[in-house]
Design a protein around this ligand. Structure first.
Ligand SMILES: [Zn+2]
Length: 225
């Protein structure tokens, strides 16, 4: 099959940096580590999101940083690492350790088109201020309040049973999710609106991926929505 992929081969590191065309999200995921992370970068580049917060291990950071540099995105790395609980790669549980600690922890990275927004998100996370961090990341106020009220060390998974594809977080382990926060309610309208805008961005770049996602998030039911 003919491909419309456009790869800039002039980069010294041979990384796939200028990627357009079919399978764009899959190609971007080679840099960012998952399709969900790759999609967030598209939301950012298309203006649907102001700041992206993602976790990376040391060895993953150079290509992410290089991509950001090439695309004029500000990249701020946390001054600490997080040791994630073993049972889940998408876990919210984690122990914070100094960046100099020898153990292999994940760094948080804040990416934005605006430098101050990336720094602000990094600052609020460092200060353990989930309310301001949530706002900086563009989460709806109702969901930020919900998170502040219910999230704790012993209650780290605020996932609700899905009632629609938009706020469905249950397929995160299959790399398939449209929002990056816990909605206050499965039918939270503000969250659903964010998810719809995000799906539009995905569709604009990669229609096949958009269809694939809806099939996973709401098998055979989404025609009725
Ligand atoms: Zn909400």
């Amino acid at each position: 099959m003919l491909s419309t992929i456009n790869v800039d081969l002039h980069d010294a590191d041979g990384l796939y940096l200028n990627i357009n065309g079919n399978n764009m999200i899959k190609k971007l995921s080679l840099i960012f580590g998952s399709k969900t992370k790759a999609q967030e970068i598209l939301f950012l580049r298309d203006g649907a999101k102001k700041v992206v917060r993602q976790g990376f291990y040391d060895q993953e950071l150079p290509k992410v940083e290089l991509y950001c540099k090439k695309h004029h995105l500000y990249f701020v790395k946390s001054r600490f690492k997080v040791l994630l609980a073993d049972d889940s790669t998408y876990s919210n549980k984690g122990i914070r350790i100094p960046e100099t600690d020898k153990r292999s922890g994940m760094f948080f990275v804040y990416i934005s088109k605006e430098e101050e927004k990336a720094w602000l998100a990094a600052y609020h996370e460092m200060m353990n201020n989930p309310g301001e961090l949530g706002k900086a990341l563009g989460y709806p106020e109702c969901c930020v309040a919900y998170f502040k009220k219910y999230f704790s060390e012993i209650n780290t998974d605020l996932q609700k049973p899905p009632t629609n594809p938009w706020t469905n977080l249950t397929k995160r382990d299959k790399d398939c999710v449209l929002i990056s926060h816990f909605p206050c309610h499965a039918d939270c309208h503000k969250s659903m609106k964010i998810a719809r805008v995000n799906l539009d961005v995905i569709t604009a770049h990669d229609q096949k991926r958009a269809k694939e996602m809806m099939n996973v998030l709401w098998p055979k039911k989404f025609e009725n929505l």
